[in-house]
Design a protein around this ligand. Sequence first.
Ligand code: ZN
Length: 97
Amino acid sequence: MNFYIYENWVAEKKAVIHRGECSFCNNGEGIHPNIHGEKNGRWHGPFDSYEEARRFAEGLRDREVRDCKFCLRETRETLIDRFKEFVGVQRRWFEGK
Ligand SMILES: [Zn+2]
């Protein structure tokens, strides 16, 4: 799975992480490919993993990093669930159950 970052430098100081197949991302082409050039923002990527994209986005200057509300909600919840499960397993192990 590929991940992309859209860095917007006009409206808000945001860097939004998308999955490649997201309709807003369209593998880094956006909804309207090149219609505004790089005047409004720029795509970064592809990145092989969410972590990699996240690390890159955090390294951008003066940007608030966000996950795309449409394509990354599932991934995020999946990660949180996995984390909770992991914590649960550890707790059970410590409690000797
Ligand atoms: Zn998206």
